[in-house]
Design a binder for this molecule. Sequence first.
Ligand SMILES: Cc1ncc(COP(=O)(O)O)c(C=O)c1O
Length: 392
Amino acid sequence: MERPPSSRTNPETELRPRLDALKAQSLYRRRRLQDSPQQPQARVDGRPMLSFCGNDYLGLANHPEVIAALRDGAERWGVGSGAAHLVNGHSRAHQALEEALAAFTGRPRALLFSTGYMANLGVISALAGRTDTVFEDRLNHASLLDGALLSRARLRRYPHADAQALKRLIDSDPARLIVTDGVFSMDGDLAPLPELATIARDSGAWLMVDDAHGLGVLGHEGRGSLDHFGLGPEDVPILMGTLGKAFGTFGAFVAGSEELIETLIQSARSYIYTTATPPALAEATLASLAITRREHWRRERLTEWIERFRTGATRIGLNLMDSPTPIQPILAGSAEQALAWSAALEAAGLLVTAIRPPTVPEGTARLRITLSAAHTADDIDRLLAALARLPT
Ligand SMILES: Cc1ncc(COP(=O)(O)O)c(C=O)c1O
């Protein structure tokens, strides 16, 4: 019911208490100001800092070949794409990148989306509708959960990485889609993809994997979680990947069959109703994809840093999670504790963000440490020394 004009408040007076409540719960978020490219040696809020919180796992975000490809791409194509892909924004550079991503993932087709968030919204809402059920891991990325909400399908969340629990749920409620992160973004662990693929096959559901944090990092030439487990398109027909993490650029893609990609072109609203990303960006991603595939040393170095970090962290008694990837969270519990640790590290010149609810479940606030091939052994040791001095 509409309120009489006299009782209406302005947005400022209604919103201020909400913001104050977030501050009181240690859940207020603020942005830091970067004055350097994405790299371990960062300049943040006017200070030099050693950063352990980006997703530039292979160190490609500031790579000279990728920068040159972007610059040459801008010379060739200009800056803006000027239109949606289905109008006249789809350039030969976009097409070449889609073909390269299809070949990389071993699938007939790939389709570029502007962001991973938009890809997940578009795919799930194009494939599931009101009469369907979508099953998702409880710790899936927010964009996957939002995609299911947007589709208006029934969303059922199963306990994290628990294939047996999913099987029990699906036996009583057949699914259209099973959706999971390949590598969980805040925990760093892997989904039980072989078991999920078997459940999908036996129940007639389609398995969709968001491999934002696996591609580039895991598997032969960085082909991701599926390659790591030896799974193919027959096991996981819908593969989504992002380009702003290990590939060091920006954007996302979905790879799959001719029919899947044509369906998305016809009906994924976050694909249709938006401007195509700049073609020069596609040129930059083609360059970073080539480096990702050929420079195995980057993945080897990451593996070395993960081992070095985990061995050192275990020695100083830190509460590590079961993660074989560059995402190495340290559980704090309360948001206050996570913030206090992050602040102590910041005072020592180290940038590690505190991750708090609602990004992670209540009571599981944490430091999310991410490692990169661009770090050095000294960087890892400096981090370990600072972690050893954290107040408890
Ligand atoms: C698992 C996962 N999926 C999707 C996304 C969204 O991708 P983008 O940043 O390209 O929107 C992210 C993070 O950003 C992610 O961690």
